[in-house]
Design a protein around this ligand. Structure first.
Ligand code: ADP
Ligand code: MG
Length: 490
């Protein structure tokens, strides 16, 4: 398949393709060749306004919120079915555009379909309450869609993040304006081309391509957008929260992390080494929940660092489309520069076990070496700042209390993992760690059925599971008086 032949180089607004009102185009790259593989419109304020108007119309006059939950559920099932049918081309496009290994892209595409299936099923399970008010009355809590949702997503899991945003919103009866990351818009645009045949009415899903500072910022400030769902950096999350305050929008933020992956001496050693590597090197480390702080009990620390380093040598860097590639290039020149900068910072703060540079063998592409720093102090920048690349900071700890102190000594709180065979200790840690997701004897498994989101500066609101749809629903209290007499107050 040729990416260039299949590219929709336009935006999807009100059920139609449009070039937008600006003549500016944004180049989209293949990070393994650094070649431009598509060009997309650079959405202007007027383009965003058109998308919001289309969503508003679909919501206010188009009858979308009045469709039955069954109808919306069936539409979501059709989207899932289409994604599964087109999975090979979607995975290839995703792999080319992000640099992620094709095998990982295949999992992402399947997960995206699963997400539409889950919320297709959940659409018919949303129900309100009957409230036991002390009167001759019927008191109800109704669940209603929040309205027009502005959804801004990152470049690390492009179609999957689109699914996490669109599926619960549609199930709830919202209309959406989705902005993919400017680096990786191609799979979301592919999906847009199939929405009509899946039964999504015009205006219910609009996809604007554009830059964060212009198109993204306009979505956030727009007075006719009711809610913002954002996944991305903490820095942009703060801007969004400030801007959304002017119109008091509902906001959910899924931001970065510096998640601890904690290994006690009694953990299964082989599984632990695998888990430490998988936790931080999957998807080139471009994962918000990456286990980028590897905390290791001092009694196994030297052996652990050695085994982790030895196994990291076998991680195969290579072209994203090779089936045996375990790590591809980073997504962009900007991200490559950022990770290289942290590799240098790390060398001045800690010891290098492996990596710390760029592989010589490729000649082009944004490849960096899987990098492990050890003897890292938790106050080091590489232990405090999100790098969003394949860089691990290994930190020794003395005992359970020390592990907990280090684990929680971070402004972030997205995820954590604890490895131990001692169930008492593991569960004490689970309860004491301040993070939205805690894994025991595993790191990274993510299921559409289970909630996802952060504590502290990793954001707020929950996606996925039954929790995810709540963020797209309002609660309306209805009081029905059953007394036929006047209240008799006067
Ligand atoms: P990164 O810097 O790694 O690209 P960002 O948080 O900047 O991560 O990007 C995540 C998403 O947020 C992208 O879709 C991007 O276009 C968007 N974005 C960036 N800046 C803003 C902004 N000021 N307002 C709204 N969206 C933004
Ligand atoms: Mg940015």
């Amino acid at each position: 398949m040729s990416v260039t032949q299949s590219k929709p180089e336009a935006m999807f607004i009100n059920g139609e393709w449009t070039e937008g009102s600006s003549s500016n185009r944004i180049p989209v790259c293949d990070p393994s060749s650094e070649e431009v593989i598509a060009e997309i419109p650079d959405a202007s304020v007027a383009d965003v306004d058109a998308a919001v108007a289309a969503a508003r119309h679909a919501f206010d006059q188009g009858g979308w919120p009045q469709t039955t939950a069954q109808e919306r559920g069936r539409i979501l099932f059709r989207i899932a079915e289409k994604i599964r049918a087109e999975a090979p081309q979607l995975a290839e496009l995703e792999s080319r555009n992000t640099g992620k290994p094709i095998v990982e892209a295949e999992f992402d595409i399947a997960d995206a379909a699963t997400c539409f299936e889950y919320y297709g099923g959940l659409a018919t399970k949303v129900s309100g309450l009957v409230n036991p008010v002390p009167d001759n009355a019927l008191s109800l809590s109704l669940k209603e869609p929040v309205g027009v949702a502005g959804q801004i997503i990152p470049w690390n899991y492009p179609l999957l993040m689109a699914a996490w945003k669109l599926a619960p919103a549609l199930a709830a009866g919202c209309a959406c304006v989705l902005k993919p990351a400017e680096q990786t818009p191609l799979t979301a645009l592919k999906l847009a081309g199939w929405l009509g045949e899946c039964g999504v009415p015009p205006g219910v899903i609009n996809i604007v391509t554009g830059l964060g500072e212009t198109a993204g910022a306009r979505i956030v400030e727009h007075p006719h957008v009711d809610k913002i769902a954002f996944t991305g950096s903490a820095a942009v999350g703060k801007l969004i929260m400030k801007s959304a305050a002017d119109t008091l929008k509902r906001v959910t933020l899924e931001l970065g992390g510096k998640s601890p992956n904690i290994f006690f001496a009694d953990a299964d050693f082989e599984a632990a080494i695998d888990g430490a590597l998988f936790g931080v090197f999957i998807n080139q480390g471009e994962v918000c929940s990456a286990g980028s702080r590897v905390l290791v009990e001092r009694s196994i620390y030297p052996k652990f660092v050695e085994a982790m380093t030895e196994k990291a040598r076998s991680i195969k860097l290579g072209p994203p489309l090779d089936r045996d590639t375990k790590m591809g290039p980073l997504v962009s020149r900007e991200q490559y520069d950022r990770v290289c900068k942290y590799q240098e910072i790390g060398k001045s703060e800690a010891k290098v076990a492996i990596g710390g540079g760029q592989p010589a063998s490729f000649g082009r592409g944004y490849y960096v070496e899987p990098t492990i720093f050890y003897d890292v102090d938790n106050s080091a920048r590489i232990a405090r700042e999100e790098i969003f690349g394949p860089v691990a900071a290994v930190i020794p700890f003395d005992d359970e209390a020390d592990a907990l102190k280090i684990a929680n000594d971070t402004p972030f709180g997205l995820a954590a993992a604890v490895w131990s065979r001692d169930i008492y200790r593991a569960l004490r840690m689970v309860k004491a760690i301040r993070a939205g997701i805690v894994w025991v004897n595993h790191m990274q498994p993510t299921y559409v059925e289970a909630p996802w989101g952060g504590y502290k500066q990793s954001g707020f609101g929950r996606e996925l599971g039954v929790h995810g749809i709540d963020e797209y629903l309002e609660t309306k209290q209805v009081h029905i008086n059953l007394n036929e007499q006047p209240i008799g107050w006067y």
